[in-house]
Design a binder for this molecule. Structure first.
Ligand code: FAD
Length: 385
């Protein structure tokens, strides 16, 4: 079986690697001079500045992505975060635990599960109004950091699968070598199984029993997997996509520090701020930066300059007394968003064509970020293998 894969992002490479391991003839097309899309890094001023992801896998070595990497035969070491998370509020820091919030917040959470059972589903903003200020601000920071959404953009019901996955697989991990090590391993698996990764932009797709992929020339495949989300895939087919779901946007700040600020491998959630949280991945792998590399993430509704200036001001306040340089401020929207489809909005991996599938964060399973991408890939593999 021949499979053509459009886009060498994480979803495309993951699908390609496992299909190649299982005897498919795999050809991947990538329009950019590097592979990995929003899940790799570029060396800049001695730091591995990521093209998107904060070098973090939401459920670390136990989650769905780690499971698929093992299935693909990849040798990627994932350092699980210790502690998983800390909270920063009004200048004070505390390791996150159940005891971080009043008991009545837990009761309200259980009550909300009960309401959901009776079909009462409301936004997290509405649910959050009944919580203590600390719990509400934590929920807001968690959503901003993990999903780049605001509490009014997501319902309680759609966060439940993510909550369950987090209970099951726990918190994040950092791959040694960062995102780039993951995608390079996947590319290696494809190539070692006689697969090809070509630098070529796909300009059109032609459906049929044998699927045509047009780049520099037409090539034919039994199956095509698109890593571009449903909307762009339909555009390549010359068709319109019915309901375009909203993307999520954000801004990422990469900071070089002389001394560690976070000081561990987990997430520091920043409560009551525009910036939702930060991590310091050089605590897991000191090859990711020549000194200490701090990354802060801020969700955005619009790509607004004022919001970014306000985020920078917050950073200056948080890092008062530290010696640091901001080496990158990257804003994500449109063609290069935080998520092609906002968390909580369901998208299938199937298309109107039986031999065309979509993978990546435009067609995720119900989990956080790249672990959600992995669940979507797993569904496609279930159809093809
Ligand atoms: P994409 O990254 O979308 O790759 C698609 C590829 O297709 C690209 O390489 C593109 O160049 C190529 N392409 C497009 N059009 C064509 C064409 N016509 N022909 C050929 N090639 C084409 N996730 C986490 O799990 N942890 C995090 O810490 C995290 N932090 C994030 C922080 C930010 C600021 C951002 C932006 C994202 C973050 N994410 C995080 C999300 C994560 O990066 C994405 O969900 C994931 O990388 C998306 O992968 P994908 O498979 O959809 O592929």
């Amino acid at each position: 079986m021949r499979v053509g894969i459009v886009g060498a992002g994480l979803g495309g490479l993951l699908t390609g690697a496992i299909l190649a391991e299982n005897g498919y003839r795999v050809e991947v097309f990538e329009r950019l001079p590097f592979i990995g899309g929003r899940f790799t890094s570029i060396s800049y001023k001695g730091y591995e500045v990521s093209t998107g992801a904060l070098h973090m896998i939401p459920h670390g070595s136990k989650g769905p992505l780690a499971r698929l990497l093992r299935r693909a035969g990849c040798r990627v070491e994932i350092v699980d975060s210790r502690p998983e998370a800390e909270i920063y509020w009004n200048g004070e820091r505390e390791v996150l635990s159940r005891r971080s919030f009043p008991f009545r917040d837990l009761m309200k959470l259980n009550l909300e599960f009960l309401r959901l059972k009776f079909g009462r589903n409301r936004t997290l903003e509405e649910f959050g109004k009944g919580l203590s200020e600390r719990a509400y601000l934590f929920m807001r920071a968690f959503l901003g950091w993990s999903l780049s959404v605001f509490p009014d953009q997501i319902s309680f019901g759609s966060i439940v699968p993510i909550y369950r996955q987090t209970e099951r697989y726990r918190g994040p991990g950092i791959p040694v070598g960062g995102c780039k090590a993951v995608v390079e391993e996947l590319a290696e698996v494809i190539k070692s199984n006689d697969g090809v990764i070509a630098r070529e932009e796909v300009t059109a797709l032609k459906p049929g029993e044998i699927f045509g992929v047009y780049g520099k020339e037409r090539r034919d495949y039994d199956v095509v997997v698109s890593n571009l989300g449903h909307k762009l895939t339909m555009e390549l087919l010359g068709e319109r996509y019915g309901e375009v779901k909203p993307e999520s946007r954000g801004v990422k700040y990469t900071i070089a520090l002389d001394e560690p600020f976070v000081g561990h491998t987990g997430v520091l959630f920043t409560l009551g701020m525009r910036i939702a949280g930060m991590n310091e991945v050089t605590n897991a792998d000191d090859n990711l930066g020549k000194k200490h590399m701090l990354q802060a993430h801020q969700p955005l509704r619009e790509g607004s300059r004022e919001e970014i200036l306000a985020g920078l001001k917050e950073l200056r306040e948080i890092l008062k007394g530290y010696s640091y340089v901001i080496i990158a401020v990257q804003s994500y929207k449109g063609d290069w968003p935080v998520n092609r489809v906002m968390a909580g909005m369901k998208e299938s991996n199937s298309t109107p064509y039986r031999n065309l599938y979509v993978v990546g964060d435009g067609a995720k399973g119900e989990d956080i970020e790249v672990d959600g991408v992995a669940l979507g890939v797993e569904r496609v593999l279930g159809e093809l293998l």
